[in-house]
Design a protein around this ligand. Structure first.
Ligand SMILES: C[S@@+](CC[C@H](N)C(=O)[O-])C[C@H]1O[C@@H](n2cnc3c(N)ncnc32)[C@H](O)[C@@H]1O
Length: 271
């Protein structure tokens, strides 16, 4: 990481603040916090998917996990005896995870979609669970640049993604169509959804997420705002444009076990 510009205290947590977080989507995760995993909702990844992320990882290797909400994956990295750095733009998510694994990882507060975000290029493995589905296309491109550059020669980046629309998107889009407001929640040309335009009626069509109260869920999705949905072949096209020049790599797309429409983009940095 570049030298930190400050250290912010969040409860018991010390979080390195590399720069101010200006991304309004961070508020969605800050407000939901640990309800994401302790209200009988399973946002993934499942145990077999955790094993897939970590295949080939040796004890002592360095792992960058983007997304403190993926508690199971953080624990799996520690169980493998690897060194863990958790990056997240949500101070609350970082603090909540640190409460669960105190002193066992480094916690870095950073928005990986910012053009000026960067890590040292010395990670054996860079992983994130469906993080790329939380972005618009420009954010996705920027994050691909930053995260691929964090991989050491011979290391891997593994990012899972949902291909196409989510089931909940189908429900939201069909209700929007019924109301005659489809174009406000779905940009067909960009293949983006934006639940913020559905705030008034979203709660009537969202599937339950465990015991997370509907009002909290609506707030969460509305604050997440616009998200790009991923088309077949798109990530390879973007990698070709956005992985930094001079960095030689190959990609593979592996089906995620137990997650029908999810795939793992595996980028291996060639030595
Ligand atoms: C890994 S993602 C996705 C989690 C879940 N598996 C899903 O399918 O939605 C969620 C985590 O990433 C973090 N996150 C989202 N966007 C981010 C960004 N631009 N920079 C850093 N962390 C981000 C959130 O705060 C949250 O803790």
């Amino acid at each position: 990481m570049p030298p930190p510009t400050g250290v912010a205290a969040h409860g018991r947590t010390s979080v390195i603040a590399d720069h101010e977080i200006t991304n309004s989507k961070a508020g969605a995760w800050d407000r939901l916090g640990s309800a994401y995993w302790n209200r009988n909702y399973d946002g993934g990844p499942n145990p077999a998917a955790c094993a897939q992320y970590l295949e080939g990882l040796a004890a002592g290797e360095r792992v960058l996990l983007v997304g403190a909400s993926t508690v199971a994956l953080a624990r799996a990295v520690l169980d493998a005896g690897a060194e863990l750095v958790v990056a997240d733009f949500s101070a609350v998510m970082l603090a909540e995870l640190e409460n669960l694994i105190p002193g066992r990882a480094e916690f870095v507060r950073v928005d990986v979609t910012r053009a000026d975000s960067r890590f040292d290029g010395a990670f054996d493995l860079v992983i994130a669970d469906r993080l790329v589905n939380r972005f618009v296309r420009a954010e996705l491109r920027s994050a691909l640049r930053t995260l691929s550059a964090a991989v050491r020669p011979g290391g891997k980046m593994r990012l899972s993604y949902r291909l196409g629309l989510y089931e909940r998107d189908e429900a939201v889009l069909s209700e929007a169509a019924r109301r005659g407001v489809l174009s406000t929640v779905f940009d067909e040309a960009e293949f983006d959804v934006d639940y913020s335009a559905a705030a008034e009626w979203l709660g009537t069509v969202l599937p339950p997420h465990g015991d997370i109260p509907t009002h909290a869920l609506v707030d969460f999705y509305v604050a997440r705002g616009r998200e790009h949905r991923i088309r077949t072949g798109e990530l390879d096209e973007l990698a070709a444009q956005d992985v930094p020049r001079g960095l030689r790599y190959e990609t593979a797309h592996l089906p995620v076990p137990g997650q029908g429409d999810d795939f793992l983009l595996q980028l291996t940095r060639l030595a």
